[in-house]
Design a binder for this molecule. Sequence first.
Ligand code: E4P
Length: 218
Amino acid sequence: MKIFLDTAEVAEIRRAAEAGLIDGVTTNPSLVAKVAGDRDPKELYREICEVVQGPVSAEVVGIDRDTMIEEGRKLAALHEHIVVKLPLTEAGLKACRTLVSEGIRTNVTLCFSVSQALLAAKAGATYVSPFVGRIDDISGEGMQLIHQIRQVYDNYGYDTEILAASLRHPTHVVESMLIGADCATIPPKVLWQLSKHPLTDRGLEQFLADWASLGAEI
Ligand code: E4P
């Protein structure tokens, strides 16, 4: 499963990319607004694209089809790593179809139902982003959506990749893997949580103490 970092914080992206642990980055307007300050977001996208050797999702903010197409073309022209993120609306699906026909990769986002995911595939999306955590937030079963989309895409051979999004903790990541999501996008905190286990810490402490008793060097 591919792991994308869900952030616009360059330092965090660099830390994970230098460790060779991420396959790409996803951003959204809220994540960009948190870090951009006075900076031109286009510059920020370019910098992120230089740091990570993989797809970088950058989202349009227009709400009609033509504006989305225009913004999508501009975003795609910024860097070869850019994947244009479009909302799962009628206009977003139409813009997706046009951008895909021009060879631009797309990520159809804000997906909350299997019927929406079907239309994202029909529109030729490269990725669809079902938001697991936000469904859990309203007492739904976010992971059930990943299951259903996997089944529908497999039943009919759609090659749109399932990019499990709005993942809030390691269990979300593990469940996404077990279901067979193609990608998971996770905040930096969750990436590093994946490496933690108390038995690893305890085991290492014991190994080091036993080795120290030898008074030897490697
Ligand atoms: C995905 O593309 C989104 O940026 C993100 O996963 C949303 O997560 P949130 O629901 O925690 O804001």
